[in-house]
Design a protein around this ligand. Structure first.
Ligand SMILES: *[C@@H]1O[C@H](CO)[C@@H](O)[C@H](O)[C@H]1NC(C)=O
Ligand SMILES: *[C@@H]1O[C@H](CO)[C@@H](O)[C@H](O)[C@H]1NC(C)=O
Ligand SMILES: *[C@@H]1O[C@H](CO)[C@@H](O)[C@H](O)[C@H]1NC(C)=O
Ligand SMILES: *[C@@H]1O[C@H](CO)[C@@H](O)[C@H](O)[C@H]1NC(C)=O
Ligand SMILES: *[C@@H]1O[C@H](CO)[C@@H](O)[C@H](O)[C@H]1NC(C)=O
Ligand SMILES: *[C@@H]1O[C@H](CO)[C@@H](O)[C@H](O)[C@H]1NC(C)=O
Length: 430
């Protein structure tokens, strides 16, 4: 523990490894010094002293050890390795982190990761904790899938977690399902590609769906919508088939290409979330953005903040499903208007975070950032700037979330389509 005099958060036992690293650097520095003495008048001297400085800068920082405490949807390491693929295969900018699963390594971990749905009452929390160790609440699912279906009661987990790692923009580590970024070198040779002409007029709208009854009641919305326009429904809840099942539980294991080719022929793709919750935008949306179709979204995300202007049509902006149907028919029949919704494609690229590719890199980077570990409070201005209404308490000065149930469940403000804020006991069952 003396080896980590700066108290950067490494638990005691790791001192030995840090010490041996220091000895190695000391020897290297000594050798370089001898080298420099020999070449005092050598012109390459400046080059060598640069080397010395860079060696001095690395203060033997060990990889951050992330102990995964729970299973992931009852899967052992398999599911986690997929989520953290970029990290594990060292493709992140900050790659100095290791994922371990053995509970006996608890006292050596810098962070401990929990998937709350797998934290059944009988699946106990660690029985001790180093105050410098960060316990992290990880969820890429919205509360309805987490809390209600599986009867996970988060109330008992108050004061347990130091960081949240979820899709919510006010999380300590945000893991969105995708990202849209402006192209760096925009050479603005406006191609004005005509997407409209390549469409088949009989293929108006596609919806791919495997959960037929949802807390957000998108199925009610569509039921009303199909009275006014044609929608082809793929998957378990419809009559059309393509590819295999899309499910978070089969991350990346399905053959998407066949479906994409099919969906790409349509004018619109319905990216309807199963729950209407603050910031919850799943991979469906980003997948649709990657194809040459106009996504019709339905959810609680701040779409204007995460996607380019005129890149989607928000179903909830319309007073009724009928009004949406009328507008979609107008867009479908006007080539100029239709193509306007795809113009953004010349200026942005879409990164699909499914299975979470680059998004997980932020955890490792944050663990290495001493300031973020020391900060007692979440900086909420970033979330507020993005339009998130923070009605619930975040992290308190002790460094943990006193009421994670309230943060996650109330803070997500989930609702269903036809009503205002809804009572989950009455409506969450399909
Ligand atoms: C969760 O547990 C707390 C205390 O253990 C209890 O008061 C509360 O009613 C529970 N909530 C639900 C939704 O079961
Ligand atoms: C211009 O765009 C094309 C196609 O996107 C790209 O291949 C090329 O590298 C770009 N040129 C510059 C100078 O950015
Ligand atoms: C898709 O999921 C359903 C229900 O989960 C299952 O019965 C079916 O076998 C799955 N199909 C494929 C191709 O995996
Ligand atoms: C088609 O859309 C464009 C752009 O919104 C509009 O200017 C034009 O008047 C529309 N054409 C028709 C026939 O409605
Ligand atoms: C929080 O973030 C905002 C905007 O990024 C910044 O201006 C402000 O200084 C930050 N506050 C703290 C306490 O770090
Ligand atoms: C993490 O939370 C625990 C429990 O509230 C607290 O004792 C500890 O100081 C926190 N650690 C950090 C680094 O904030």
């Amino acid at each position: 523990m003396t080896a980590q005099a700066n108290g950067s958060g490494a638990p005691p036992f790791r001192g030995l490894r840090a010490l041996s690293c220091r000895v190695t650097i000391a020897i290297a520095l000594a050798l370089l010094a001898v080298n420099l003495l020999i070449k005092t008048f050598d012109l390459r001297r400046t080059h060598d002293s640069g080397k010395v400085r860079s060696l001095q800068r690395q203060n033997c920082e060990l990889p951050k050890r992330i102990l995964v405490w729970t299973t992931y949807w009852t899967e052992q390491s398999f599911g986690w390795e997929k989520i953290f693929y970029r990290q594990v295969s060292r493709q992140c900018e900050v790659s100095s982190c290791e994922l371990v699963y053995d509970h006996r390594l608890l006292h050596t971990a810098d962070a401990v990761l929990f998937h709350p749905i797998d934290l059944h009452p009988e699946y106990e929390l660690p029985d001790r904790r180093d105050p410098r160790q960060l316990w992290i609440f990880f969820s890429v699912e919205a509360p309805p899938a987490m809390v209600d279906d599986q009867h996970v009661n988060l109330t008992r987990l108050g004061g347990v977690f130091n960081w949240t790692m979820t899709y919510r923009l006010d999380s300590d580590v945000v893991v969105p399902y995708g990202r849209v970024t402006p192209r760096s070198s925009d050479n603005s040779t406006l191609t004005s590609k005509d997407y409209w002409s390549s469409k088949n007029p009989s293929k108006l709208a596609a919806w791919m769906v495997s959960h037929c009854g949802t807390p957000g009641r998108r199925e009610w919305f569509v039921k009303e919508l199909v009275r006014h326009m044609k929608v082809d429904v793929f998957g378990r809840c419809g009559h059309k088939k393509c590819g295999k099942n899309i499910s978070i539980k089969t991350l990346g294991s399905f053959d998407q290409d066949k479906c994409n080719a099919e969906i790409g022929q349509y004018m619109f793709y319905f990216a309807l979330e199963n729950a209407i919750c603050q910031d919850y935008v799943s991979e469906k949306f980003f997948l649709a953005l990657q194809l040459d179709v106009i996504p019709v979204v339905f959810g609680g995300g701040n779409y204007a903040a995460i996607a380019p202007p005129r890149s989607y049509i928000n179903a909830l902006d319309f007073p009724s499903p009928k009004a949406l149907a009328e507008y979609l028919k107008v867009v479908a029949s006007n080539a100029t208007l239709y193509n306007k919704y795809l113009e953004w494609k010349d200026h942005y690229s879409v990164e699909l975070g499914h299975p979470f590719s680059t998004m997980v890199c932020d955890l490792c980077a944050k663990l290495h950032d001493k300031r973020s570990v020391e900060l007692p409070r979440v900086n909420r201005s970033n979330a507020e700037a993005a339009g998130v209404v923070l009605s619930v308490q975040g992290r308190d000065p002790s460094g943990s979330y006193p009421d994670i149930e309230s943060w996650f469940v109330k803070g997500s403000a989930c609702r269903s389509w036809w009503a205002g804020p809804y009572d989950r006991r009455e409506h969450w069952k399909p």
